[in-house]
Design a binder for this molecule. Structure first.
Ligand code: GUN
Ligand code: ZN
Length: 436
């Protein structure tokens, strides 16, 4: 057992429904076999646990591990391709790079770069958009397992419009997905996600095959893109005979409590009602939406319709792995929406980057906050003495104010340690794969 002594900030209850930031100075968290077994004021908890080793992390603060609900593994090396809207960016930046993953050795290097990016950003749980190549997805699962990250991912499938090497058939997609799921789904912290790229590149036949995989792999997840860009949406409507974008997935049984659709920047009210009714979640990816000029996410409409929303970095259209940056950009975009925007506090931002993600991924019983009974997935924010974040924290008026400064100023360089299930997997520039 280990006793962690720190200032701890988390959001066990949603600020969208009255929850507030929970902040405890000089808090003790006792972790046994990865699980938080006691928590409270240090003096009290120490009396009850006099013999445990104490890890003194009082400098800086501890937050729950960050949860990224939409991030593309094959795109880590093309982050930063600015100046294009979605479909041009796919043609010129993303898809040429994604074809390189046909080579498993290339995929291995990319998976390592990708997981390093997640860990350095303090992301401990992720719904990862995989590769079109089964060998590369296998490598992604293997790499995530070595590091001990909580990763849900799967084979990306498409059977039209994309370059030929990225295409498959419904039968092959089903067979390869079944094989990957048999090997990885439910192993350690890994789960399978059925992943048609988007309806633009998916015929009815391949969406039907995805529906079969989703039904047949018990407890699997579904993820894809929806309503991201005006030109994309118009083309999907044309290809599907005027169907709504959300319905292209719903009619194949792809939307339920284990479904996460990325973007949804331009939904109709009927689509929001469908998502709420089917209990599906949306991954909001604000730096991607900004970089591609996709639009301003209607968060208020999602919240009012009762659609669950969490955060995604959408690397590589998104501009990096930091969910702190995504949180800040989400805040900016709601400000820019004026009266239609939803004003966000730092507690909303922390919720969106942690517990909301855990909830979207049906992991709220396991991670998302630092309550007794949860796994100890945590990030230690430790800004270098004298940097603007350290100065800001030293002069914060309250815990909410300190957390605002974390979102405004925090970067991946401010992350001093990362734990998953009680295992420390990073300390500054040092990383420890669980099994090398
Ligand atoms: N829609 C289909 N593929 C992609 C992708 O790779 N990135 C984004 N942002 N949108 C997509
Ligand atoms: Zn995406």
């Amino acid at each position: 057992m280990t006793l962690f002594r720190a200032t701890v900030l988390d959001t066990p209850d949603s600020p969208f429904t009255g929850g507030v930031l929970r902040s405890e100075e000089d808090c003790a968290i006792v972790v046994d076999d990865g699980v938080i077994v006691a928590r409270g004021p240090y003096a009290e908890v120490r009396t009850a646990h006099p013999g445990e080793e104490v890890l003194d992390l009082r400098e800086g603060m501890i937050l729950p591990g960050l949860v990224d609900t939409h991030v593309h593994f094959p795109q880590v090396r093309v982050i930063g391709g600015l100046g294009m809207p979605l479909l041009d960016w796919l043609d010129q930046c993303a898809l040429p790079e994604e074809m390189r993953l046909a080579d498993v050795e290339a995929a291995r290097g990319i998976a390592k770069d990708f997981v390093t990016g997640l860990v350095d950003a303090g992301t401990t749980t992720a719904l990862v958009f995989g590769s079109h190549f089964a060998g590369a997805v296998d490598v992604m699962f293997e790499t995530a397992d070595q590091w001990g990250l909580r990763v849900t991912t799967g084979l990306v499938t498409s059977d039209r419009i994309l370059p030929e090497p990225l295409l498959t058939t419904p039968a092959r997609a089903y067979a390869e997905s079944a094989e990957l799921a048999a090997r990885w789904h439910g192993k350690d912290r890994l789960r399978y996600a059925v992943t048609p790229r988007f309806s633009l590149s998916a015929s009815e036949a391949i969406l039907e095959s995805c529906g079969a995989t989703f039904r047949d792999v018990e407890g699997s997840f579904f993820t894809s893109h929806v309503n991201e860009n005006d030109a994309e949406i118009a083309e999907v409507a044309r290809l599907f005979g005027g169907s709504s974008y959300v319905d292209t997935y719903a009619v194949h049984g792809l939307l339920n409590r284990r479904s996460v659709l990325a973007h949804n920047v331009h939904p109709t009210d009927a689509e929001l009602a469908t998502l709420a009714g089917l209990d599906a979640s949306v991954a909001h990816c604000p730096t991607s939406n900004s970089a591609l000029g996709s639009g301003l996410f209607p968060l208020r409409r999602h919240v009012e319709a009762g659609v669950r929303v969490a955060m995604g970095s959408d690397v590589g259209a998104g501009t990096g792995f930091s969910l702190l940056k995504e949180g800040l950009q989400a805040y900016f975009m709601q400000r820019l929406l004026g009266g239609e925007g939803l004003p966000l506090t730092s507690a909303h931002l922390l919720w969106l980057c942690t517990a909301a993600g855990a909830d979207a991924l049906a992991l709220a019983d396991t991670v998302g906050d630092l309550s007794v009974g949860k796994q100890f997935d945590a990030v230690w924010l430790l800004p270098e003495a004298g940097n603007p974040l350290a100065v800001g924290l030293g002069n914060a008026r309250s815990a909410d104010d300190a957390l605002s400064k974390v979102f405004a100023l925090g970067t991946t360089s401010d992350i001093g340690g990362v734990w998953v299930g009680g295992d420390q997997i990073a300390a500054g520039r040092w990383h420890r794969p669980r099994r090398a």
